[in-house]
Design a protein around this ligand. Structure first.
Ligand code: TEU
Ligand code: CA
Length: 540
């Protein structure tokens, strides 16, 4: 069974947000040489694939997710030679590199867009330009960052569509020239030895209609572009004409998918994506939208995770990334910081599917300790703060919304050691370092067998050596408000994982099983679980 797994199913992925990972030239911005200098510590951790958030030239409105040149490297991060060195150094260590493919939109500074502003340009139809309706935009759609989705361009005399920031014009995927350009971009990177792509908001590429949408608190108009037939055709063509000609994989970032629409995007027989990130489990602690927080409950989280573990033939499992708050602050408990971080580690590495670890998660990095908006850099956070202010939300409430949810929670510099700027840089970084770097950092955990990082290293090795954890089936055994138990089984071996998502002792006896591992000092499992205890049991 296990030898039917592909290498991207066997390996663990580590996501790097290059701007905040390691600065090598003292400009306060992470870069490729910085990443190269840290490859050995990633190899030591045991990961097998590195996903780089975008490293292409970008005006940094959305810090790299607004791309102005797909075939080069952001000079802030280094040169193409540095990228080629990174690929070579990674290969020496048997580390695969995966790039971030952002093809729903470009930067408004991309030459294609600048040329398209001329109505007679051959690039006009690379984007979605429409006349307004009188003085109103072409339709009533709302955007992912809040606010409008059409920007009027004086020079062009028309509006252009942007589902994200106004500096991120949507590409027109009805245009075969766009398809041809993107195929070349993918081949360029695959020919350099890139091992695949994380595909940014990949299920919204094709807009079936530009009609007004049904009014929605979340996204007015999304029924016209979410997982449309045209998008499936695009994904199948990219797979057939490009991806299937390389030993590579794709993981789609797919918004608002259900198990059904997810299967239509990633089931092997569909020949579209190899796997995908769903958001359902990341929405169990919110009301309607992520800015309105709801008390986290392990049981709700467990129910959502279990549903997706059984709904798809393969999962891309994650608890945090560059868009999400830190998982130990959100799903764990700061009073049980170490235990709850280890519980999340044990859960992530024992679920069925490819585990994705985000930089800093392996040492229990926490949400930021900023005290005001002027310390934040994220365009989404500033947009939302301005909208909330316009709606009359009190300042304290606005700030609490941002503190709990801002993407900058995940983007503070990687905490390497207790020296100035946490060893990330020798100068003031582009975004403030969390002051807890003096106690939460890689160096203080590297050689500590009881550290969170050591638990990640142990669990990555345990998974690597276990056909059951890699290829076994998943079965939920118990889900209560604060307890989650499940079984992974393969060829008669059963591994039972029991998680206590609470600050109280819980009891769940399990006969006929021996303790494999706990995040507490324990020789045997007596059915009692300490606060935030996680145990793995092997059934006889
Ligand atoms: O994110 C798409 C997206 O939907 C996110 O905005 C998400 O909804 C939210 O931020 C987290 O719940 C992708 C990238 O991951 C994000 O960094 C980019 O800003 C966005 O696309 C536009 O490229
Ligand atoms: Ca730098």
């Amino acid at each position: 069974m296990v030898n039917v797994l592909k290498w991207w199913q066997e390996r663990v992925v580590y996501q790097i947000y290059p701007r905040s990972f390691q600065d090598s030239n003292g400009d306060g911005i992470g870069d490729l040489q910085g990443i190269i200098s840290r490859l050995d510590v990633l190899k030591d951790l045991g990961v097998g694939i590195i996903w780089l958030s975008p490293v292409y030239p970008s005006p940094n409105v959305d810090y790299g997710y607004d791309i102005s040149d797909y075939l080069d490297i952001n000079p802030e991060f280094g040169t193409m030679a540095d990228m080629e060195e990174l690929l070579a150094e990674a290969e020496k260590r048997d580390l695969k590199i995966v790039m971030d493919l952002v093809i729903n939109h470009t930067s408004d500074q991309h030459p294609w867009f600048q040329k398209s502003r001329d109505q007679n340009s051959p690039y006009r139809d690379y984007y979605i330009w429409r006349p307004g309706k009188g003085r109103r935009p072409p339709n009533n759609w709302s955007g992912f960052f809040g606010g409008r989705t059409w920007q009027y361009d004086e020079k062009s005399g028309e509006y252009y569509l942007h589902l994200f920031a106004k500096n991120q014009p949507d590409l027109n995927w009805r245009n075969p020239k766009v398809m041809a350009e993107v195929k070349e971009i993918m081949r360029f990177w695959l020919d350099k030895g890139v091992a695949g792509f994380r595909c940014d908001v990949i299920n919204i590429l094709y807009k079936t209609s530009l009609e007004d949408g049904r009014k929605s608190l979340i996204l007015t108009g999304s029924e016209h572009y979410l997982s449309q037939a045209g998008t499936h055709e695009i994904l199948r063509e990219l797979r057939r004409d490009v991806l299937d000609h390389y030993d590579c994989f794709t993981v789609g970032e797919t918004v608002f998918v259900t198990p059904k629409t997810a299967l239509d995007l990633m089931a092997p027989e569909r020949k579209e994506l190899n796997m995908l990130f769903s958001f359902a489990h990341m929405e169990t602690d919110q009301y309607i939208v992520k800015w309105f927080k709801r008390r986290f409950r392990g049981g709700r989280f467990a129910k959502s995770i279990s549903k997706w573990q059984t709904a798809l033939p393969w999962n891309a499992n994650y608890f945090e990334n560059h868009d999400q708050p830190r998982s130990v602050s959100r799903f764990g408990n700061m009073e049980y910081w170490e235990k709850s971080a280890k519980l999340l580690c044990i859960m992530l590495l024992t679920l069925r599917g490819t585990p994705f670890i985000y930089q800093g998660q392996e040492i229990g990095m926490t949400n930021f300790d900023f005290t005001s908006m002027d310390q934040l850099r994220d365009v989404e956070s500033h947009n939302i703060y301005a909208i909330a202010k316009g709606l009359g939300f009190p300042k304290a409430l606005r700030w609490r919304m941002i503190q709990a949810t801002s993407r900058d929670n995940a983007r503070t510099p990687m905490q390497w050691d207790s020296s100035a700027y946490a060893g990330f840089s020798t100068n003031e970084p582009w975004l403030g370092v969390n002051k807890n770097y003096s106690s939460i950092n890689v160096e203080s955990q590297l050689d500590d067998p009881d550290s969170i990082r050591s638990m990640y290293k142990t669990m990555i090795a345990l998974r690597a050596g276990s056909d059951t954890l890699k290829a076994g089936s998943f079965e939920a055994l118990k889900i209560s408000k604060e307890l989650f138990a499940y079984r992974r089984s393969l060829k008669g071996e059963g591994l039972v994982v029991i998680l206590n998502f609470s600050t109280r002792q819980q009891r769940l006896p399990w006969e006929g099983a021996v303790l494999v591992l706990s995040n507490y000092e324990r020789q045997v499992y007596d059915g009692n679980l300490e606060p935030y205890e996680a145990v793995i049991l092997k059934e006889a």
